[in-house]
Write a protein that binds this ligand. Sequence first.
Ligand code: TXA
Ligand code: MG
Length: 335
Amino acid sequence: MKPVVADADAITHAADLLRQGRLVAFPTETVYGLGADADNPDAVAGLFKAKGRPADHPLIVHVANIESLGDWASTVPETALKLADRFWPGPLAMILNKKPEVPLAVTGGQQTVGLRMPDHPVALALLRSFGGGIAAPSANRFCRISPTQAAHVSEELGDAVDMILDGGACQVGVESTIIDLSGSKPRLLRPGHITVQEIEAVLQTGLIVPSASKPTEIRAPGMMDVHYAPTTPAIRCPAEQLPDKIRQLAADGKKIGLLSYRLDIPPSGQVRVLRMPEQVGDYAQRLYAVLRELDSMQLDLILLEQPPQTEPWRAVNDRLGKATAPCSRPLPTSL
Ligand code: TXA
Ligand code: MG
């Protein structure tokens, strides 16, 4: 499916398609979403099929305004209102207890529902024109890298989608921060552009932040080990280990793609080098597009220089942890 420029006519048409139960991919500030009418279980079933996603994985319902929280959540806690006031529209999704009428198809069978008001003019115009909630996972096939450009959606989904609205490259580049507000204490389910500190400052209380080694029992595919992964084997290494590693692999005749951060390694016949920006926001914005680019180069291995492991880099490191194996792990034997 070829993307179409998201002008007013295209958006009106896209809203009509959603009303007919069809699938529309659209830009948000984080990544492109694959949208379906959240009130139509058949449309939602089609969405799972197009993505190849297991039916028990819940979706985020996208809404046009804060008032819509009450259409989906059985109760809207004060914490949710505070966070929505501060961060919506924006890259924050909240998990709340669902109203009985919210289809279980959307929530993966759970009694909670994910809600987010995206900060993108096309997404907001589509939501307003459609008038209801749009269930939208990232518009990639299950376990693949999320799309941050309309062309990525075409590559991922082909004709499994009825329309792709092109709104340019996404500005944030990694998926929203997810906070679970359905229990007694707020909990981080997925790190994103909005940081733990920013959330805690608004809530005036600490967030439960699961450690990477202690996965929660909550079903969130974004928290699985292998996710957002390129098909080329990819490993991340501290800068000081990279020159040796590259020398060794190049001597073995391997074709390598290097995603460098600070390290200056000259490209060669066997080593393709893509340099990442030093600023975390720019790095995140480029990350998925660059991984896709490297993945298309028919390389034997992608090497990635480990960026800082500090708090502002939490979301980037979380995604890198899912896209790559650590340097210490033995290389795949097929290499
Ligand atoms: O930035 C984003 O959130 C993008 C754009 C398109 O808005 N959407 C996105 O959707 O990343 P998806 O489906 O790829 O990831 C949604 C995440 C999943 O990890 C899912 O498990 C979690 O949200 N989620 C949704 N509803 C949930 C619920 N009721 N309980 C726990 N996790 C939930
Ligand atoms: Mg996703």
